[in-house]
Write a protein that binds this ligand. Structure first.
Ligand code: LLP
Length: 434
């Protein structure tokens, strides 16, 4: 069991009063709501925890898709992490953050030639190839820039991870990578080893996201070590790198089961050590790619309550000033988030509420059936836990809502990571017909 709130969250009688030493009511007053708040201490300690748990010989590559903003990538770079980018936009964010390009890993199941060219020009450390066609595209770009590109192959290890179907990626018929199924992976390795301009350094896998079953990770690691052994036996080549992807799950509510980073690291390192020893393979450089488990629990969202209504005998609703535009995850994956009253505490009884977003859609529910102060009403603040990952990252302008601001709170001060969008930003791309 684990609790979903960041460690600097301060509480009085069940009300969230401050984060990173900054009063939440002041944050809301100064920056407006909805507001994403990242707890600096939680964020940094999660980055350090990963580095310590895996040790100096393993690269911890932050999966930027979870939260790709310049300030967060600056912190990741400072902490010695690498970064996984999955598009030119994420790559440009890493560039703007001053990320050392050697530590950048480019992913994606359909990288365009332009994306590959940009990565090659910037000197991105590793390109992870996802398909035979993509290998050819990488080779063509290598010829254009007239140098070898460092490439890993994404392998689909045939593991159906226990998670939501939309975010499982390791099963045989997944859209990503070279499946072990019917030798596609072996064929990819053959091709990569023989393509001019491609320098194949290793293999990568990622079985899915929000995974908390250790066995899923262990089975995938075993399959990958098996493939390293087969590659040695078939081609006489011992590959230098093995990237086991990300996917470690986090707690969204108080009853969610999680896996400690140290346990996860121990199991992965022991499995890989044993499997390689059994095949008499030298240990390749290992990497992991956590996204959610670094930024997720470090973030929360502050909303302001507006309208409310009681449907006699059925339900009490309160509506907040955001919803599925700033957090798509309840609607998309049915995730249940923890909610708490925030700001100046009041004493009194609680009652069961459902918290609605403000979008024109019945599925726009921030949290159903949660206990909140009975007198909760207009002007009150609510905090939703663990929104740091895939919240802002998947935010949108449904109903033309501007995307919220994001602040970094720590040591009693807050600074902007992302400014709030304005309606001018939202309208900026529309062309008035003449
Ligand atoms: N590496 C690769 C190649 C990935 O595709 C991903 C996530 C990660 C690492 C990081 O996984 P994490 O540690 O964050 O679980 N929008 C979904 C999550 C999609 C994850 C996509 N890939 C959600 O909100 O749950």
């Amino acid at each position: 069991m684990s609790q979903p709130w960041p460690r600097t969250a301060a509480w009085v009688d069940g009300w969230l009063t401050s984060i990173g030493g900054v009063d939440v009511a002041e944050l809301a007053a100064m920056y407006g709501t909805p507001l994403y708040v990242m707890d600096r201490a939680e964020l940094l300690s999660r980055m350090r925890e990963y580095r310590q748990a895996f040790g100096p010989d393993v690269s911890v590559v932050y999966a930027a898709k979870a939260l790709c903003v310049v300030g967060v990538l600056q912190l990741a770079a400072d902490q010695g992490l690498g970064v996984d980018v999955a598009s030119d936009g994420e790559l440009c964010t890493a560039e703007r953050a001053g990320f050392p390009m050697q530590r950048v890993v480019l992913h994606g199941n359909n990288k365009s030639r332009d994306e590959l060219r940009h990565a090659a020009r910037l000197g991105v450390g590793t390109i992870v190839a996802d398909s035979l066609g993509e290998l050819d595209r990488i080779a063509a770009v290598a010829a254009e820039v007239n140098r070898q590109l460092v490439v890993m192959l994404r392998i689909t290890p045939g593991v159906a991870a226990s998670t939501h179907a939309f975010i499982a990626t390791g099963h045989d018929d997944a859209k990503f990578g070279f499946s072990l199924w019917r030798g596609a992976a072996a064929e990819g390795i053959d091709r990569a080893l023989n393509l001019p301009g491609v320098h194949l350094t290793g293999l990568h896998c990622h079985i899915g996201s929000q995974v908390t079953a250790t066995d899923d990770f262990v089975v995938a690691a075993k399959a990958m070590c098996g493939l390293l052994g087969e590659t040695r036996d078939r081609h006489g080549v011992e590959l230098d790198e093995l990237n086991l992807g990300g996917g470690l799950g986090i707690a969204y509510g108080p009853d969610d089961h999680t896996l400690a980073v140290t346990t996860y690291a121990d199991r992965l390192l022991t499995t890989v050590g044993d499997e390689l020893a059994a095949r008499r393979l030298a240990t390749p450089r290992l990497a992991v790619e956590p996204g959610r488990s670094i930024v997720g629990p470090a973030g929360l969202t502050l909303y302001r309550v507006g309208a409310g209504k009681e449907i006699a005998g059925l339900r009490r609703w309160v509506s907040v000033d955001g919803g599925m535009s700033d957090n798509l995850r309840p609607a998309l994956y049915g995730v249940r988030y923890a909610v708490a009253p925030a700001g100046t505490p009041r004493h009194g009884p609680t009652a069961e509420f459902s918290v609605a977003g403000k979008h024109c859609e019945t599925g726009d529910v921030v949290a159903a059936d949660v206990d909140l102060p009975e007198d909760l009403g207009e002007g009150d603040l609510l905090a939703v836990a663990a929104t740091g990952a895939y919240g802002y990252a998947m935010a949108n302008n449904y109903n033309r809502l501007p995307r919220p601001a994001m602040v970094l709170a720590g040591d009693g001060a807050a600074q902007l990571l992302v400014r709030r969008e304005t309606l001018d930003d939202v309208l900026a791309h529309d062309i008035v017909l003449r």
